[in-house]
Design a protein around this ligand. Structure first.
Ligand code: ARG
Length: 404
């Protein structure tokens, strides 16, 4: 048997680049390749087919990890609690999956005695950073090879290699898009989308129907406990089931489509089309429930924590002290985020129409303008005088100085 340190663990997707990487990496380095495919609900090809393909391409071992529940519970749920929308829009679909894939790569590398891990990212994107910063945080002893980046592989070269070596992959030469998808959503880029004046075409979408198509609205009630969705229309769900069910129902109403130019962490702006129906529906409901269960000062402060958390995750710092500390803050903020949100799903939008919670801070008797008002309006006058005192003084001073 070859010495165990002669192995490379490769993050394997089943696609062209990583299939070619198996033979190419072992030829270049003389090491054996262990292919690890992590199932985060990408919902494409059968994972057994992907496993077999890795072996046919020359991997000595091929492992498929079913990480769907783990992804939902440990990565998507914290994102709901943080209302994670990068640049106020993108629910961090790819960014959330990378630390989980890294965790499984590192576990596999240790189990199989590999000295190196490998991924198929290019040198221009965010994902290379997420893979490598994550890997060195968890296992600083591991080396990383990125064949597409480090050896300037192109799609054309990969196609030639695949044909010459008779690899069992269908090369879809026509698809001009780069797609990444998981249960939290789907990202599509490149091709004609690189001209940011070109509008997206219906063909790009897979998780969502066209929001402009006339159809009946759908009404849903989502129940949360401590910031986690636990039931839909009264039926208990796991986090994974909540996402899957909302992907179907919100997707059928065209909810969660995004067309945006985003700030990549490598400094460039890039255009991406996203669809994340379940993520957008769940975050919308969660934000609505926070609005009645979180006290004002905590709520205002949490907005900046949410944004920072989201940027850290986008920027590949999942395994970092600040991210961990913000997790603790966010978890503490969620203890009362329990209750029901009713939403109408229609024409591309999830619109909250009702909210109730045993932990609600909304007090009907304080808010009402009708009979039963318990708010003592006579106290408002004095409050306003003191509240405005500092600006009144400053304005008086400014006027006086301007007149001198
Ligand atoms: N821009 C997104 C991110 O950095 C998605 C990256 C992967 N996108 C793709 N179409 N392959 O999180």
């Amino acid at each position: 048997m070859t010495a165990k340190s002669d192995r490379i663990v490769l993050a394997y997707s089943g696609g062209l680049d990583t299939s070619v990487a198996i033979g190419w990496l072992s030829q270049q380095t003389g090491k054996e390749i262990v292919a690890v495919a992590v199932d985060v609900g990408q919902d494409g090809e059968d994972m057994d087919v992907i496993r077999e393909r890795a072996l046919s391409c020359g991997a000595v071992e091929a492992v498929v990890v079913d990480a769907k529940d783990e992804f939902a519970e440990d990565y998507c749920l914290p994102a709901v609690r943080a209302n994670a929308l990068y640049m106020d829009r993108y629910p961090n679909v790819s960014a959330l999956s990378r630390p989980l894939i890294v965790k499984h790569l590192v576990e596999a590398a240790r189990y199989h005695g590999a000295s190196t891990v490998s991924h198929g990212c290019t040198g221009k994107g965010n994902d290379q950073v997420r893979f490598e910063v994550g890997t060195s945080a968890l296992a600083p002893e591991l080396k990383v090879i990125a064949p597409v980046r480090d050896y300037a592989w192109t799609r054309e070269k990969a196609i030639v290699w695949a044909e010459e070596h008779d690899l069992p992959i269908e090369v879809n030469k026509k698809s001009p898009y780069s797609i990444d998808q998981n249960v939290w959503g789907r990202a599509v880029e490149t091709g004609f989308l690189e001209d940011i004046w070109n509008g997206p075409i219906e063909d790009l979408y897979d998780y969502t129907q066209n929001p402009a198509t006339p159809r009946e609205a759908d009404e849903v009630v989502i129940t949360f406990e401590a910031g986690a969705p636990v039931a839909i229309d009264g039926k208990p769900v796991t986090m994974l089931q909540a996402i899957e069910q909302m992907n179907k129902r919100a997707g059928a109403q065209g909810i969660g489509r995004l067309d945006m130019v985003e700030d990549r962490l490598v400094g460039i702006k890039s255009r991406e089309i996203y669809e994340a129906p379940g993520a957008i529906a769940l975050i919308t409901a969660h934000q609505e429930l926070e609005s009645i269960t979180i006290e004002r000062e905590l709520s205002r402060y949490k907005k900046s924590v949410d944004q920072r958390w989201t940027e850290l995750v986008y920027d590949g710092l999942w395994f970092s002290p600040l991210k961990r500390a913000l997790d603790a803050f966010i978890n503490e903020s969620q203890i009362h985020v329990s209750g029901d949100i009713r939403m109408t799903l229609h024409a591309g939008r999830a619109v909250p129409t009702g909210r109730r919670s045993h932990a609600s801070l909304y007090d009907f008797n304080l808010a009402t303008y009708d009979e039963g008002d318990t708010f003592d309006q006579s106290q408002a006058k004095g409050f306003i005088e003191l509240w405005g005192m500092s600006s009144v003084l400053a304005n008086k001073r400014d006027e006086k100085l301007a007149g001198e």
